[in-house]
Ligand binder design. Structure first.
Ligand code: CA
Length: 724
């Protein structure tokens, strides 16, 4: 998944320090003020209903609304003329202050959302009345396996059931009317660092779910289950296993024999190989093809993974499968032999485009590597590819071979020299959803960039309980802070996929912005990391409406209609990789905090959010620094290896997790040990590290943090006093 490890953002941190009338859902009941619809909570969704989603545009029945995942709504009651009168219809506070990434599902009068920690909640979609809530009781210590926060991107509904994947690797079926658990199946080896953050899809009577974990060391796959029983139907591995173990007896066996197996070298299986299917899926009923997006290598570095050779299929690829059996049909690999965390798990959209006077049925993707791809949906043949932002790893895609042409600097693992990319490992675009409007024929794409240096590490070995990407980030400390600031951006662009060119752009204050929704009202909606929810003219990008959300937004909106009124729903609450390790370094003064809510708007809505609660910031008051320099040094190394990914580089936390320099736990060795070794904060997501470090190690880390707190306390406390 997307992530930025701890010690690499020093240059960027320097900046921050310096700046210190369809009644779709009521079964035809059109009475003026109906009581709860008789269908309320039935979620009687099947394939025919999703395939005909345009005939009931008031609902949002699948993750991207339709199987084509366009995230375009035919609703037009909210339009350019009245969007300025949009106001809050209702909101719901969520019981977690971690990142919110889910797209709501709305059907039969109920809105279903998943929240951080894989919880699920159902509300009456018209009023916000809470209907039920489900907590899968994920053991908190599983958070250490999540590269990018304990997030969840949504649920699926099918024939009276709601499905959710959990951060500890389970797929759970709930009764859509009551939230009662019907079944629960473990989809991963829970001894390995697998997580699930993606939304399931249900296609042709099978629930599909993938997983994440390729930064820590796993082998990726997608599995299909029977929605009634949870029985496994098929599994497709995206990378081969150890040949000595023989075939997997899985749907992918034939594809490894025919296509993928010969593209791997060395002992790639030792770290799993990667290729996790952690987000995108789409389905074309006409072609009967399921498309999945496949992630990066494990480790990233091809030299360490595959002796520096081979394309390493199906890493960084779109793979087309038969949904009934998982049988391989075709693949398109956007980054051959990936070494940069170039996942191709980004959203896949199916659409019809007029190209050179011909109607072409295509899939489109804007993966992390910065190219926008238009591919024939039936064959996987590349039609066109163009970079949608400045990139330094490749000059272009050769349309004859379909392969990127790399710059001579890009393969840091081969040159041994640091490679300066214009994107960090979050890529040029990651999971934040894009939207295609058939009205404008434009794709609305949230993108970002920041300079980042990849280097070949001096040594490498698998370390449990932390990331193992096989790239050295120390070169980032040398990036000029002004340059880092100048080149760090977030942006929404409108991309013309036919002519492969940008049509308009809107700059954002930070990198971590939300997904897009386009509508027949001629609008594009997007939430921003700087705490607003906005509507733009889809043709020009002109802002037509904006409202404060009190917290950063990273999720994508959904829209629905009930009793003749159109609503727009968005999950608010920042999180994910940026917020974990040290904030978004280009936020221009916006305070990173998380006030997780579901926000629902309509024309004339007049509900007000409560005042923003005062933020309690503990003083920086460390105990005396008494440890020897060598102990502090060892603590710094351990901190960088195990702590920085969540608590921030050099113990500076500007995101949503505790700043250890200010922690009361810092005051005594006993309380520190109770957390780091004893696991006293496990339920909050802080695992015990007893399996990888001793009490002395933990005490060395405390000594390092104490030293860092003494360094920073005078300025931090003076700033706090001045603010009063
Ligand atoms: Ca990744």
């Amino acid at each position: 998944m997307n992530h930025v490890r701890g010690t690499q953002r020093l240059a960027a941190l320097g900046i921050v320090l310096a700046g210190l009338s369809l009644v779709a859902c009521s079964g035809g009941n059109k009475t003026a003020e109906p009581a709860a619809s008789p269908n309320l909570g039935k979620a009687n969704v099947d394939g025919a209903r999703i395939e005909n989603a345009d005939s009931e545009p008031g609902s949002w029945m699948s993750h991207g609304r339709t199987y084509s995942e366009q995230r375009y709504s035919p609703l037009a009651k909210i339009n350019k003329d009245n969007v300025g009168q949009l106001g809050l219809a209702w909101f719901a506070d969520l019981d977690t202050n971690r990142g919110q990434e889910a797209t709501p599902i709305v059907v039969d009068g109920v809105i279903y959302v998943s929240t951080a920690w894989s919880k699920v909640k159902a509300f009456e979609a018209k009023t916000g009345k809470p209907l039920w809530s489900f907590d899968p009781q994920v053991p908190g210590q599983f958070a250490v396996k999540a590269c990018c926060d304990v997030v969840n991107r949504g649920v699926a509904v099918w024939k009276g059931k709601v499905f959710v994947g959990t951060i500890d690797g389970r797929l759970i079926a709930l009764d859509s009317a009551t939230g009662n658990k019907l079944w629960d199946v473990v989809t991963v080896d829970q001894t390995k660092p697998y997580t699930i953050t993606g939304a399931p899809r249900v296609i042709k009577g099978k629930v599909l779910i993938g997983n994440g974990g390729a930064e820590l060391g796993v082998r990726g796959y997608i599995t299909a289950y029977d929605p009634d029983t949870g029985k496994q139907a098929w599994r497709f591995y995206t990378v081969p296993g150890n040949p000595k173990d023989g075939p997997d007896n899985a749907a992918s066996d034939a594809a490894f024999t025919k296509v993928a197996g010969s593209t791997w070298f060395g002992e790639y299986w030792k770290m799993g190989g990667g290729g996790t299917v952690w987000d995108s899926m789409a389905y074309d009923p006409g072609l009967d093809l399921l498309y999945i997006g496949v992630g990066n290598g494990s480790p990233w570095n091809r030299k360490l993974r595959s002796e520096g050779k081979g394309d390493n299929l199906f890493l960084s690829s779109i793979v087309a499968l038969r949904p009934d059996t998982g049988e391989y049909v075709w693949h398109y690999q956007s980054t051959n032999g990936e070494s940069w965390d170039h996942t191709a798990t980004q959203q896949i959209i199916i659409a019809d485009l007029m190209i050179d006077g011909q109607k072409r049925h295509v899939v489109m993707q804007a993966p992390k590597n910065g190219f926008f791809y238009v591919i024939d949906a039936a064959t996987g043949q590349l039609i066109s590819a163009k970079n949608f932002t400045d990139i330094t790893w490749a000059t272009h895609v050769d349309l004859k071979t379909g392969r990127p042409v790399l710059t001579k600097e890009a393969r840091y693992e081969e040159t041994g020299k640091p490679f300066l990319s214009k994107q960090n490992p979050n890529g040029a675009h990651t999971w934040h959803s894009m939207s295609f409007s058939p009205q404008t024929n434009l794709v609305y794409l949230p993108i970002h960039g920041t300079p980042f240096v990849y280097g070949q590490p001096k040594d490498f070995g698998l370390r449990p309980m932390t990331q193992n990407v096989g790239a050295d980030f120390s070169g980032n400390a040398a990036i000029d802070p002004k340059r880092a600031l100048d080149e760090t951006f977030g942006r929404l662009i409108a991309w013309d996929p036919v002519n492969q060119k940008e049509v308009w752009r809107v700059e954002r204050a930070g990198q971590a912005n939300g997904g897009a929704l386009s509508t027949a009202g001629g609008l594009v909606f997007q939430g921003t990391g700087s705490g607003t929810f906005t509507a733009m003219d889809a043709a020009s990008g002109k802002e037509l409406w904006s409202t404060g959300t009190q917290t950063g937004v990273i999720a994508a909106p959904a829209t629905y209609e009930i009793d003749g009124e159109q609503y727009v729903a968005i999950m608010a609450g920042t999180g994910s990789s940026w917020a974990l390790i040290g904030g978004d370094t280009n936020m221009k003064g916006f305070e990173q905090r998380n006030l997780s809510r579901l926000l629902v708007y309509k024309v004339g809505g007049s509900v007000q959010l409560p005042p923003v609660p005062e933020k309690v910031v503990l003083p920086m008051n460390p105990p005396p620094a008494t440890a020897a320099a060598n102990v502090v040094g060892k603590g710094g190394d351990l901190y960088g290896a195990y702590c920085a990914n969540c608590h921030g580089p050099v113990a500076i936390q500007l995101g949503i997790l505790p700043d250890l320099r200010r922690s009361v736990m810092l005051q005594s060795a006993e309380s520190w040990q109770s957390v780091v070794i004893g696991g006293a904060r496990q339920q909050n997501g802080m695992a015990s590290f007893a399996s990888v470090m001793t009490g002395d190690d933990a005490e060395a880390i405390r000594a390092f943090v104490i030293m860092r707190a003494h360094q920073d306390a005078p300025a931090a406390n003076a700033a706090a006093t001045a603010a009063k």
